[in-house]
Design a protein around this ligand. Structure first.
Ligand code: HEC
Length: 219
């Protein structure tokens, strides 16, 4: 009898081990395929983030005053290395392939003594080199003045344009004050309208320009 009972217990114990083994195999099979499913959710998250990053460059460029506010002259000096083959910005410096640029910010187009300008730039002679004009010129010289002999593709990043302009502005007997527009840009539209109303007609134009640029950014 005792022997029989032992056999019975041993048999059930063995069965239990086999059953446990079986369950662990089955659960492995059940749970393993779930892991990739969870990763698939993670990938969805990554895709969303990528979409958000893609949207950033599509934003409309802000007015140059916005970038000027945080531009560093030190960085600008580094950016000017792109210009150095043709220009210098030293006081009394000679013209090279391009004219000397000392005091260019706030001065006028095509008025450097002893430099033979292209017809394209000569046609703009005397027009002020404002921050906005210089920004447009440096973004794409060819677009700004078709037929210019400044063989330079332009600076794509508004931050780099702002930096080189702030540095050039320091190379002057009478540096211009930085434009005050960034506060308007950051403020709510009603504040913009109030400020523009106090300004001359030019102020209104600038405000209208800001609105036009803000619309595509909202999409
Ligand atoms: C490959 C040579 C070259 C490079 C590089 C170059 N420029 Fe010029 N730049 C010229 C020439 C040539 C002119 C005269 C353009 C004309 O007459 O059409 C000019 C004209 C200008 C003017 C107008 C000057 C005036 O008297 O009205 C400015 C401002 C200027 N360059 C700034 C820059 C800056 C800033 C850079 C660098 C980001 C740069 N240029 C890079 C050759 C160059």
């Amino acid at each position: 009898m005792d022997n029989m009972r032992f056999n019975t217990i041993a048999g059930w114990t063995l069965f239990a081990f086999i059953a446990l083994l079986g369950i662990s195999i089955v659960t492995d099979e059940v749970f393993l395929p779930e892991k990739p499913e969870k990763q698939a959710y993670v990938v969805e998250g990554v895709v969303e983030e990528a979409a958000a990053t893609d949207a950033a460059p599509a934003e409309a460029e802000k007015p140059i005053a916005f970038y000027l506010a945080s531009a560093s002259a030190e960085k600008g000096e580094a950016v000017f290395k792109k210009c150095g083959a043709c220009h210098n910005a030293d006081k009394g410096g000679a013209n090279g392939i391009g004219p000397n640029l000392y005091g260019i910010v706030g001065s006028a187009h095509a008025e450097r003594a002893g430099f033979a300008y292209s017809e394209a730039l000569t046609a703009m002679k005397g027009k002020p080199w404002s921050w906005d004009e210089l920004n447009a010129w440096l973004k794409s010289p060819k677009t700004y003045a078709a037929g210019t002999k400044m063989a330079f593709a332009g600076i794509a990043k508004p931050e780099d344009r702002a930096a080189v302009l702030v540095w050039l502005n320091s190379k002057s007997d009478k540096p211009l004050p930085l434009p005050a527009a960034p506060a308007e840009e950051a403020a709510a539209p009603p504040a913009d309208a109030a400020t523009a109303g106090n300004d001359a007609a030019a102020g209104n134009e600038a405000a209208a320009g800001n609105e036009a640029e803000a619309e595509p950014a909202a999409k």
